[in-house]
Design a protein around this ligand. Structure first.
Ligand code: SAH
Length: 333
């Protein structure tokens, strides 16, 4: 039975599916299929090694200032494992780091787990389907890059909530009465953030969240589907493309009870403060002009405001007693 058949059967028996149920089912199938990264979309760590290296610097700085404790380095939705591979190449040079770290990956896709295992060979890696499975005996430093945007959302407009039904052969959006203000929100995201905040408060540590999104307030319908790098209809071909929505950083901060929040700031400003320009210059030295041009182009793509520098936002939360993290301007002073 294809996913479309399963969804049709569900709708036939219990009526239109609420948007979050539709999105969860579609994305589970999408990420369980062939490796989507590079085919349907690309992400910052896949653009350049500089991205993961900067995050490695961020982790190392925080870990050292926290007193270099034994800890769990966690990534939510690690994709191909590229970010952590680049970060760990930087971090392994720190005395005592390799002995202090365990790597914990939260990933639901078996295809991507295999890619992560290959990329992170040699490190002590464990996989989990859910944040709730993480060990509870050490502080955590957690990274989530383009993770929250894939989590299910709900939408309400004019006293009706968006569902997905069937008209003829096609899946179509349908609206059902639901009193309340116009909104787009992600209960899945705020639940994860609340669970994470409770853990960080207990275990110590910090989380770094990078995604495209906004700082709160109303932004209308931000649901989109991408296939082969182009926009597609979110209600056609379930499971064939990535469904995403803009991340509401204001809602995530509100869910991070008991923690200090830093940012959000633009990805361009964050990476600039961590020294990405100097890293690009070092990588370019001695390279052929064409290779140097590729590095310059990657730097531009990651940091320019009209590229990923402004729409991608970076926020961090830290547990009580943990130092303020680098990259957030005055907050880090
Ligand atoms: N962080 C990576 C990949 C981003 S794509 C990068 O920057 O390249 C989103 C990732 O989240 C994929 O690894 C996907 O399989 C994973 N994912 C999506 N929904 C998930 C869920 N509910 N639980 C765990 N992992 C999930």
């Amino acid at each position: 039975m294809t996913l479309a058949d399963q969804l049709r059967a569900r709708i036939d028996s219990s009526g239109p599916l609420r948007l979050d149920a539709w999105m969860a089912a579609c994305n589970r199938a999408f990420y369980a299929g062939a490796d989507p990264l590079g085919r349907d979309f690309t992400t910052a760590p896949e653009i350049s090694q500089m991205f993961g290296e900067m995050i490695g610097g961020w982790i190392g700085d925080l870990w050292l200032r926290a007193g270099a404790p034994a800890f769990d380095l966690v990534e939510l939705g690690p994709g191909r494992g590229t970010l952590l591979a680049d970060a760990l190449r930087v971090l392994r040079r720190l005395p005592g780091f390799a002995a202090a770290v365990r790597v914990q990956l939260v990933e639901t896709s078996d295809v991507l787990r295999d890619a992560q295992a290959a990329r992170l060979a040699g490190w002590p890696v464990q996989w989990h389907a859910d944040l709730a499975e993480l060990p509870g005996d050490r502080p955590l430093i957690l990274i989530a890059n383009e993770f929250f945007d894939a989590l299910p959302i709900r939408q309400r407009k004019d006293g009706q909530e968006r569902h997905v039904g069937i008209a003829g052969d096609a899946f179509v959006p349908m609206w059902r009465v639901s009193p309340g203000p116009d909104a787009e929100w992600s209960e899945a995201s705020t639940a994860i953030m609340a669970g994470l905040a409770a853990r960080l408060e207990r275990q110590g540590g910090a989380a770094l969240i990078i995604d495209y999104g906004h700082d709160g307030g109303s932004h209308g319908d931000t649901l989109q589907a991408l296939k082969g790098g182009a926009r597609a209809c979110p209600f056609a071909d379930p499971g064939a493309h990535d469904l995403t929505a803009h991340v509401d950083f204001g809602a995530l901060a509100a869910a991070a009870q008991g923690l200090a929040c830093h940012g959000p700031v633009g990805q361009g400003a964050f990476l600039a403060e961590l020294g990405i320009a100097a890293r690009a210059a070092a990588l370019k030295s001695g390279k052929l002009p064409a290779q140097a041009a590729t590095i310059t182009a990657a730097l531009h793509r990651l940091t320019a405001p009209q590229q990923m520098g402004a729409i991608f936002r970076v926020a961090a939360v830290t547990a009580p007693g943990w130092p303020a993290p680098a990259g957030f301007g005055m907050a880090a002073a």
